[in-house]
Structures are given as structure tokens and as C-alpha cells.
Design a protein around this ligand. Structure first.
Ligand code: NDP
Length: 448
């Protein structure tokens, strides 16, 4: 062990890398982590956390309007983007500081530099230094995909969207996935005219069809526009600085901002992985086994760079399992079954387990229970948005194999319900639980 500078060298201080680094160090390993941007990674610096804060900020538009129906005298309100932006960025700074402290407190050496792999046990810093490590962990995450067409350079990605100088009045969003639908909701609430352009004829492929159809219907009712089966042809910068976005199958769309949200690719380009014989898949993701070990014995990878499940809590679990297994003498593997997920659209949606289509394909006979209701708060607010909860049950065992929902607070409700699905409980177990009245969540135990 003394032959190496470090027991563990982690490349990338995002959610997964930080967890692996600090837990390994707590087990007594000598650990360094290199980060070229800011400690915290995508989720903390330019992803989940600032996005969720924008979602909260955006929702006040409807809350303030609804408050009037609840008797509050709300004066004319105006939204000030720089205030929210700066407060969110200050919160990001605070969290960045906490992450740095955590690493320092666990004696993890933080190296603010770009690191690349230079061999099975060797890492090269951009500034020139070469270091050795018994084990290397690649946790470099993923990076937004930018399409190639004339004028694409006028678009931005989720990396830049948190730093806008001024709030755009007309927003075009490319893609129909998580980021596209979340920012469509955010910018619409801020008062922008939003057009979402997707290459296929649907949004949120992979989510339960009925649930995403409900989001599409509610989004359209709110005034968000959709262009389906549309590909980008070109973007022209106008004299006034605005953009004209040309897509197939639709009229050109004038815009002040074009946001690309067409997926995130594992960040392996230029990482030097070939110097150690680390194999990649056709998406550029590092191929790993159940212990997150790559095709090179001494190099491991966790998180988005492996493209298993692009979700922060999964990366954190992979980092924990790696540290426990390699440095803690407590070998275990991540269980990828029944991972809950959510889209923080407006309203949000959340799901765990199989969609109805997946369940029918896999199990054959399934029973589907739905509750399509108007939350009581929406009734008094005279808001005509309906929530939809859907439970998929295996006909033979009565086990709940999928739970999908859209409506206010759906992610908060689903997290608790996911415990029951993960535990393999049956529809009868849900029915045997007394309803908590009045709540939206009670619909889950009243499904008929
Ligand atoms: P997604 O994978 O969610 O969606 C990508 C969208 O872009 C799809 O609508 C897809 O169309 C379209 N698309 C894909 N490739 C192209 C292309 N080459 N040209 C044009 N359109 C294309 O990607 P996001 O960027 O929204 O998010 C990346 C990942 O980050 C997510 O998969 C998720 O794992 C994670 N994330 C999670 C969040 C959460 O948990 N709430 C929030 C944000 C991100 P189609 O499918 O119709 O073919």
C-alpha cells in the first residue's frame, strides 16, 4: 500500500464521489478527490437542488392567485428574478461549503484541478502533477447533450439556466424529458411563454402513459405549447438579440431563450480511460459489474458516468456500497429494484415500480386501480386540475407492483408509499390501513 500516494483517488466530487470519498476515508483509507468545477456536483450546484428551489419560487404565482379565493387580500404582485436567482445561488454556495467541510473533516484531500486517468494506478492533473493510487474511482457524472445544427450555439443548457441575467419572455425548450418538463413549469409560472419541442410524439417516455398524458393535458391548459415530431433545422439570431427557432413541421418560433434538455451523456471524453483499458458502452458510459468495477481491476465507476440510473440517490448508494465493500470489509451491492422517481413539473408526478404497460408485458394479468380526483384545495381555489393516482397489482399475488401519481405533493406522498411497494405489500395491505382524512394521500388506501 505504501507504494501508492493514495489508497483511493476519486475523480469528481459530486454526490456519488463525495459519499465514496468520505466513507472510505472514515474507514481509514488515504483519499484524494479531484474536482475541476465545484464540490457538490450537478445535483447540488446546477441540478436537483437549485431546480427545486426554482420550482418553489415559481409555484408562488399560483399560490398567490389561489390565496385570494381563500380570503386573502393579495395586492398586485410582481416577480423579481434577480432576487430569487441570487438567493438560490447563495444557498448553493452554502451547500458547497458544507460539502467541502465534510470532506475536510474526514481528512479527504480536495484537489481543485482536472484529473485524467494515466494508467491502472495513475492519475494526471491538468496542472502537470502525476499521482498514484491503489484504487481509482471515476465519478465524473454526465453532461448535457448539445445537438448539432446551424445556430445551436445560441442555445443554453441546464448548466447555464440558473445564472440568467434577465428572465426571458419567450422560452423554447428542446426535449420532452425530466428537465424539459420541469423548466417548462418553472418558466411558465414566471410569466414566460413556453414552447416545448420534442422529436417524438410524446413527453416523458418511460413514465406511465396515463400519468404523462395528464401532465400534457394540464400543461396545455395552463398555456404551455408543444411541438411534437419536430426536429431543429436552424436558429437565427435576430438584430434585437432575440432568436428565431426553425423546426420541422411547425412555424418558426420566436424566442428569447432556447434551452437544450435532450439528455445527459456520461462524461468520459478525454478522461484517458483508454490508458488503463477501461471499456465503454456505445453511449460512452463506463461498463461496470455489480461492484462498480470496470474492465480494469483497479478502476471503479459510480453514478451517471456509468449510465445505470441517472439519479442522485442511486449514485450515493453506489458510492456507499463501493466504500463499504472496498474499504469497510462490509461487501454489499446496490439493489436497483423499485427505485422511486419524480418529475418536479407543475403539477409534479412521481412513480415507483412497473408502469401499466410494463406490468402487462411482464406479468400478463394485472389489475389496475385509479383515483381521478380534484384535490379539495383546488376545488376551493376554483382550479380545475385533477390529480390521478394509479396502482398496478399483479393479478396472481395481489402484490402492488407499481404506483404512479400526478398531483400536488405527489413526490412527498410517493416516497412513503414506495416503502410499501418495495416491501412487496399487497393491495389488501393498503386497504387494511385506515385513511388519514382529509388528505390526498388517503386515496391510496381507498382505491376501488
Ligand atoms: P431525458 O432523458 O429525461 O429526456 C430526453 C428528451 O430529449 C426526451 O424527450 C427525448 O425524446 C429527447 N431527445 C433525446 N435525444 C435527443 C436528440 N438527439 N435530439 C433531440 N431530442 C432528443 O433527459 P433530460 O435532459 O431531461 O434529463 C437527463 C437525465 O437527468 C434524466 O434522464 C434523469 O435521469 C436526470 N434528471 C432527473 C431529474 C429528477 O429526478 N427529477 C430532474 C432532471 C434530470 P424521446 O424520448 O421522445 O425520444
Amino acid at each position: 500500500m505504501a507504494d501508492y500516494d493514495y489508497d483511493l483517488f476519486v475523480i469528481g466530487a459530486g454526490s456519488g464521489g463525495v459519499r465514496a470519498a468520505r466513507v472510505s476515508a472514515a474507514y481509514g483509507a488515504k483519499v484524494a478527490v479531484a474536482e475541476e468545477h465545484r464540490v457538490g456536483g450537478t445535483c447540488v450546484i446546477r441540478g436537483c437542488v437549485p431546480k427545486k428551489l426554482l420550482v418553489y419560487g415559481a409555484h408562488f404565482a399560483e399560490d398567490l392567485a389561489d390565496a385570494r379565493r381563500f380570503g386573502w387580500k393579495v395586492p398586485e404582485c410582481a416577480f423579481d428574478w434577480p432576487t430569487l436567482r441570487d438567493n438560490v445561488l447563495a444557498e448553493v454556495d452554502r451547500l458547497n461549503g458544507i460539502y467541502i467541510n465534510t470532506l475536510n473533516n474526514n481528512n479527504v484531500e480536495i484537489i481543485n484541478d482536472t484529473a485524467t486517468v494515466a494508467g491502472p494506478h495513475e492519475v494526471q492533473l491538468k496542472s502537470g502533477r502525476t499521482m498514484t493510487a491503489r484504487t481509482i474511482l471515476v465519478a465524473t457524472g454526465a453532461w448535457p447533450v448539445i445537438p448539432s445544427f446551424p445556430g445551436a450555439e445560441h442555445g443554453i443548457t441546464s448548466n447555464e439556466v440558473f445564472h440568467l441575467d434577465v428572465l426571458p419572455k419567450r422560452v423554447v425548450i428542446a426535449g420532452g424529458g425530466y428537465i424539459a418538463n420541469e423548466f417548462a413549469g418553472i418558466f411558465h409560472e414566471f410569466g414566460a411563454h413556453v414552447t416545448l419541442v420534442n422529436r417524438s410524439d410524446q413527453i416523458l417516455r418511460g413514465y406511465d402513459e396515463q400519468i404523462r398524458d395528464r401532465l400534457l393535458q394540464i400543461s396545455m391548459t395552463k398555456g404551455i405549447e408543444f411541438r411534437f415530431n419536430a426536429n431543429f433545422e436552424k436558429v437565427e439570431k435576430q438584430e434585437d438579440g432575440s432568436l428565431m427557432v426553425h423546426v420541422t413541421n411547425a412555424e418558426p418560433i420566436p424566442a428569447d431563450m432556447l434551452l437544450f434538455a435532450i439528455g445527459r451523456r456520461p462524461k468520459t471524453d478525454g478522461l484517458g480511460l483508454e490508458t488503463a483499458g477501461v471499456a465503454l458502452d456505445d453511449q460512452g458510459a463506463i461498463k461496470v459489474d455489480g461492484d462498480s468495477r470496470s474492465s480494469c481491476e483497479s478502476i471503479f465507476a459510480i453514478g451517471d458516468v456509468t449510465n445505470r440510473v441517472q439519479l442522485t440517490p442511486v449514485a450515493i448508494r453506489e458510492g456507499q456500497a463501493f466504500a463499504d465493500t472496498q474499504f469497510g470489509g462490509k461487501p454489499h451491492r446496490v439493489d436497483y429494484s423499485a427505485i422511486p422517481s419524480a418529475v418536479f413539473s407543475n403539477p409534479p408526478m412521481a412513480g415507483v415500480g412497473m408502469t401499466e404497460a410494463e406490468a402487462r408485458n411482464t406479468l400478463g394479468a394485472v389489475k389496475v386501480y385509479t383515483s381521478d380526483f380534484r384535490p379539495m384545495k383546488n376545488v376551493l381555489a376554483d382550479r380545475h386540475e385533477r390529480a390521478l393516482y394509479k396502482m398496478i397489482v399483479a393479478a396472481e399475488t395481489e402484490k402492488v407492483v407499481g404506483l404512479h401519481m400526478i398531483g400536488p405533493d405527489a413526490p412527498e406522498i410517493l416516497q412513503a408509499a414506495a416503502v410499501a411497494v418495495k416491501a412487496g405489500l399487497t393491495k389488501q395491505d393498503f386497504d387494511d390501513t385506515v385513511a388519514l382524512h382529509p388528505s390526498m394521500a388517503e386515496e391510496l388506501v381507498l382505491l376501488r
